[in-house]
Design a protein around this ligand. Structure first.
Ligand SMILES: NC(=O)c1ccc[n+]([C@@H]2O[C@H](COP(=O)([O-])OP(=O)(O)OC[C@H]3O[C@@H](n4cnc5c(N)ncnc54)[C@H](O)[C@@H]3O)[C@@H](O)[C@H]2O)c1
Length: 261
């Protein structure tokens, strides 16, 4: 077990990739703090982890609330005595044209996807310092690297999150805290259900990457456990793309048949 005696906090742990990560981190021996605004979902995940012999608690917190995140960090510390791993995974997306985005949409997207990881890290980092250091993993996106249609606020937030990741890695290095990103591609979670089940998008988006299928929430687990563990002790300020080559494939479209000038 690669994460024995460690405690991991996972935001958005009630669903999709966050839920999958909670099981993967627990399987490697970590005690898990399942954080979500959806307390019933988080409770179900934590209960399952305990039934399977792991250590877990669920905490209801909105990542836009400093008060709730501070209380969550204290509860994690009081329960498990240390915090070693933080996965800033909670996220949400608005899909609308540029002019249709309201101020509320903009504030919500920046609030959940960018301010959320900042607030949560500010709550958890003092606990990590007390614990001797740690690993923070920010769940970014292919949208951190490319524009995407009708997602101006989401793309701005996820691009910002990659920048925040790099800067946090510098600022927190003296505290023995590594900070990295994971950028998923098209993952078939509840977040994307309407597209994975969509008549056109279901197969078209599966063939948009080089592997030729939708990602599954479990596809992220290897990268999360690796970045959380000491196996990645020389990696910080970096980002692992888990997108089936989606970003590489962009450069390939229409060029496959060109073999000489
Ligand atoms: N699914 C994809 O294809 C994909 C691709 C790239 C990046 N991502 C990112 O991966 C992360 C996880 O996405 P997912 O696909 O598992 O989504 P999901 O919708 O299945 O799960 C997201 C979880 O975050 C929680 N959450 C949302 N807002 C919250 C808030 N304000 N406070 C606390 N919890 C909140 C939800 O309740 C839910 O449990 C997100 O950051 C998303 O932007 C997803």
């Amino acid at each position: 077990m690669r994460l024995k005696e460690m405690t991991a906090v996972v935001t958005g742990g009630a669903s999709g990739m966050g839920e999958a990560m909670c099981y993967a981190l627990a399987k490697e021996g970590a005690s898990v703090v399942v954080v979500d605004k959806n307390v019933d979902g988080a409770n179900e995940v934590a209960s399952n982890l305990i039934k399977e012999g792991g250590k877990a608690i669920c905490v209801k917190a909105n990542v836009q609330s400093n008060e709730e995140l501070d209380a969550m960090a204290n509860e994690a510390m009081d329960t498990f005595g240390r915090v070693d791993i933080l996965v800033n995974n909670a996220g949400a997306r608005v899909i609308k044209g540029f002019l249709e985005h309201t101020k509320e949409d903009w504030d919500l997207m920046l609030g959940i996807n960018l301010s959320g990881p900042f607030y949560c890290s500010q709550a958890i980092v003092p606990k990590m310092i007390t614990s001797g250091g740690g690993s923070i993993i920010n769940v970014c996106s292919i949208a951190s690297y490319m524009g995407r249609p009708n997602r101006c606020a989401y793309v701005a937030a996820k691009s910002g999150l990659l920048g925040l990741t790099r800067t946090m890695s510098i600022d927190l290095a003296p505290n023995n805290i590594r900070v990295n990103g994971i950028s998923p591609g098209m993952i078939d979670s509840p977040f994307n259900q309407r597209f994975s089940e969509g008549e056109e998008t279901g197969s078209a988006w599966a063939n948009d990457n080089l592997i030729g299928r939708w990602g599954k929430p479990d596809d992220i687990n290897g990268a999360v456990v690796f970045l959380a563990s000491d196996e990645s002790s020389f990696i910080t300020g970096s980002d692992i793309k888990v997108e089936g080559g989606w970003l590489a494939a962009r450069a390939r479209v229409g060029e496959e048949s060109i073999v000489s000038d």
